[in-house]
Write a protein that binds this ligand. Structure first.
Ligand code: HEC
Length: 166
């Protein structure tokens, strides 16, 4: 059959693509822990800091922490945080979720996002040690523990100019 070899080639390509997908989905939670330092100024496991707590966030409905003053944008987002939504949001929060209060520039590298998401799945799963009663240590000094759901302070605001000399 003359047609069979191109069809087989297409089939092989399709199978190859399918086989590669799970490799891309798996991130490294250990590397993710280091990258997560970019998030930890605003997010704790069980405490509300500038941002909502992260215990159980993967698989949680968006904007579902009761009492947290979410933006309307996130409140109206009708989805559950899964890989695809986390990738989209974390890549460029203010562009991909216009109106969000998350004052974080974005994580542009796909591998970095994969690793942070793997960290969230492992170390912020509801049965992880940090998410047990008393498992979330006090935030380190210098952490922004602003009011519940307060408008985040953008990190790039320049210091106030000194008062003019009298
Ligand atoms: C400058 C503070 C800040 C930083 C840094 C920050 N976030 Fe946030 N985050 C917030 C705030 C505030 C919200 C609530 C956003 C809203 O209501 O629009 C939020 C919301 C979220 C949500 C949605 C939670 C929910 O309950 O629906 C996720 C997921 C999230 N952040 C993940 C991250 C990750 C991962 C990082 C690091 C890569 C990060 N954030 C860095 C402040 C921050």
């Amino acid at each position: 059959m003359r047609l069979s070899s191109p069809s087989l080639a297409v089939l092989a390509l399709l199978l190859g693509a399918t086989a590669a997908a799970p490799v891309m989905a798996g991130g490294d939670p250990v590397r993710g822990a280091t990258l997560y330092k970019e998030c930890a100024g605003c997010h704790a496991a069980q405490r509300t800091l500038m941002g909502p707590p992260h215990c159980g966030v993967v698989g949680r409905k968006a904007a579902s922490i009761e009492g947290f003053a979410y933006s309307d944008a996130l409140r109206e987002a009708d989805f559950v945080w899964d890989d695809a939504h986390l990738h989209d949001f974390l890549t460029f929060p203010i562009m991909n979720m216009p109106g969000t209060k998350m004052g974080f520039a974005g994580m542009f590298d796909e591998n970095d996002r994969n690793d942070v998401i793997a960290f969230l799945k492992a170390e912020r799963s509801p049965d992880s040690p940090m998410c047990q009663p008393g498992g979330d240590p006090a935030p380190p000094p210098g952490t922004n523990t602003g009011e519940l759901g307060a408008t985040p302070t953008p990190t790039h605001v320049p210091a106030k100019p000194a008062a003019p000399a009298p």
